[in-house]
Design a binder for this molecule. Structure first.
Ligand code: SF4
Length: 236
């Protein structure tokens, strides 16, 4: 058995999904740790980089070896995968088994994202809000500047990707969503998804219990959809 060099801290593993990497059957590796504090986070158990988990990276690699020929791709998700220095080595190890590699990121660390982009076949990047309004969602100063830099880097890289925004009425209005879409289009983004907030897993009771409001009506979706080559809405 080849040595495994990465000590990536793992918070969970989804063994098979068809929805986390477009067009591919994938396993999703959930990485531990995230520096942001989004009120609507549905993986709050992954935010502390506790390292306490029944799973470890060598165990994930054992699993992936048994799935060669059965899966197309491995997606690194989180938490924020680029938080960990061990990510590039883990990506290279998974890639050496022949899998395509996907990444879910908030763009928290532009330089680290830039370092792994050449190793990736697809990226799903969360766009939280208008970049000037990021801190209200992430609870973290200057987070919008980092996300904007990462989004631009992703666009410049040519790596296949989608930008997606989780919509919650405490953080967005129809007007702010329209302005955000215009901001992305102004950066030459072509692929955009709006996804309705799902309360499952959300630890903030006020956010989870907030009465559902239908922000994503047909008129708004038509206007936003017309700005992009591909656009879709993921309903809750
Ligand atoms: S960036 Fe993602 S993982 Fe981190 S707090 Fe926000 S929603 Fe949760």
């Amino acid at each position: 058995m080849p040595p495994t060099s990465s000590n990536l801290q793992i918070g969970g593993l989804t063994p098979l999904t068809s929805t986390d990497y477009p067009g591919c059957l994938a396993a999703v590796v959930f990485c531990q740790g995230c520096p942001w504090r989004c009120g609507y986070c549905h993986n709050p158990h992954l935010i502390p980089r506790s390292g306490e988990s029944a799973l470890n990276w060598p165990g994930v690699m054992d699993f992936l070896r048994r799935r060669r020929g059965l899966l197309d791709a491995v997606v690194f998700s989180g938490g924020e995968p680029t938080l960990q220095d061990e990510l590039p080595a883990a990506i290279e190890e998974a890639s050496s088994l022949g899998f395509k590699i996907g990444l879910h990121t908030g763009g928290t660390y532009p330089a680290r994202l830039g370092a792994v982009l050449p190793l990736l076949s697809w990226v799903g990047m969360d766009i939280k809000a208008e970049f000037a309004d990021y801190d209200r969602v992430t609870g973290t100063p200057a987070s919008g500047e980092k996300a904007r830099a990462s989004a631009q880097m992703l666009l410049d890289s040519g790596v296949a990707h989608e930008f997606r925004t989780t919509v919650h009425p405490l953080f967005h209005t129809r007007e702010s969503l329209l302005r955000l879409a215009e901001e992305l289009r102004g950066m030459d983004a072509r692929h955009y998804v709006l996804q309705e907030f799902r309360p499952q897993g959300c630890a903030d009771e006020a956010v989870a219990a907030y009465p559902a409001q239908e922000l994503l009506d047909d008129a708004l979706c038509d206007r936003i959809g017309a700005m992009f080559d591909t656009f879709s809405v993921r309903r809750a």
